[in-house]
Design a protein around this ligand. Structure first.
Ligand SMILES: NC(=O)c1ccc[n+]([C@@H]2O[C@H](COP(=O)([O-])OP(=O)(O)OC[C@H]3O[C@@H](n4cnc5c(N)ncnc54)[C@H](O)[C@@H]3O)[C@@H](O)[C@H]2O)c1
Length: 286
């Protein structure tokens, strides 16, 4: 793996480009649709590297070398034409991903491996938009990619073992701990467990088993979570959590993943968490 192309310079894409340039020391092209989005992504990379510099984790020279390995571009062809590994991190929409993947498939090298950072869309479906489904797999990073060590490597129905091995090795080169998800299933591993746990915490409030602060404290101290589940719900967004549970219900089991009625009510009343200023906590005051 010499050159990596990252598509999308948003929240995830900029971080993925940064770890590919820093840990794996790859040449990285970072593509977005408008120059201002690229400028924003490069700005986030600079400020993240500055934090590592301030902490003494990297030197000024290393920071400049890392930045020198990242080429921002709005030109899709230029970004992917000589890439060995392509990581798609565009918005979570089947339509947008379909357009991007079809275009990339047409210009990328025949032997390039294509991956998607999708959290919820079927890898098999995304692979079907390309003429290389055996060379396509999920590469699911966690937010923020600069700090979170896990990468879920998700096999689609037609993904070859060779492709899985290439992506596992690529993740390791990026300083990550890959785990292989051998069956393409909604939520993969982490989000399936996490969202089920968040729903259970909602039921504890709904049934009056304990108050908000007690539930958050219990899980922080009892399970060593860095924050309680109700705080985490506010960060993830109650609407996003509900949408994921609805996908689980459709695809994995109507009853098993029934969203707690409190979640549905809170979403209806606009209590979505941090993004609307209020959820379980008042973020305007915080
Ligand atoms: N946000 C998270 O915590 C998180 C965690 C894991 C995985 N993901 C997944 O990562 C992907 C990206 O999410 P995000 O949070 O970074 O989104 P985001 O909205 O922050 O970034 C997406 C970027 O893609 C750009 N874009 C749109 N169309 C494009 C195109 N045709 N070519 C190139 N760039 C294009 C947008 O301009 C934007 O800058 C999604 O599939 C999401 O499910 C997100």
């Amino acid at each position: 793996m010499r050159k990596v192309a990252v598509l999308g310079a948003g929240l995830m894409g900029h971080g993925i480009a940064q770890v590919a340039a820093r840990a794996a020391k790859c040449e990285v092209s970072l593509r977005d649709v408008r120059q201002e989005f690229l400028d924003n992504g490069m700005g986030m990379i600079r400020s993240s590297l500055q934090k590592f510099l301030d902490k003494g984790t990297i030197s000024r020279e290393e920071m400049n070398e890392i930045l020198g390995r990242i080429y921002p571009t709005v030109n899709l062809r230029e970004a992917v034409v000589d890439a060995d590994l392509i990581i798609e991190a565009v918005p979570e929409s089947v339509d947008i991903k379909r357009t991007v993947l079809m275009e990339v498939d047409g210009v990328a090298k025949k032997d390039a491996v294509m991956t998607s950072n999708t959290s919820s869309i079927s890898i098999t479906l995304l692979a079907s938009f390309t003429r290389r489904p055996e060379k396509f797999c999920g590469m699911h990073f966690f937010n923020p990619p600069q700090l979170m060590r896990l990468v879920e490597v998700v096999k689609g129905t037609k993904t070859s073992d060779d492709t899985v091995n290439v992506v596992v090795e690529a993740a390791k080169k990026m300083g990550k701990e890959p785990v292989v998800v051998k069956k393409d299933s909604p939520g993969f591993i982490v989000n399936r467990v996490l969202v089920s746990a968040l729903n259970e915490a909602l039921y504890l409030v709904w049934e009056g088993v304990a108050d908000r602060d007690e539930i958050d404290k219990a899980i922080r101290l009892g399970l060593n979570w860095p924050m309680g589940p109700l705080t985490l719900l506010d960060h993830v967004g109650l609407d996003t959590t509900l949408a994921i549970l609805e996908v689980f219900q459709r695809e994995l089991g109507e009853l098993k993943y029934q969203p707690c009625p409190l979640l549905t009510q809170m979403v209806k009343t606009g209590l979505l968490g941090r993004k609307t200023g209020k959820g379980f906590y008042d973020w305007e005051k915080k």
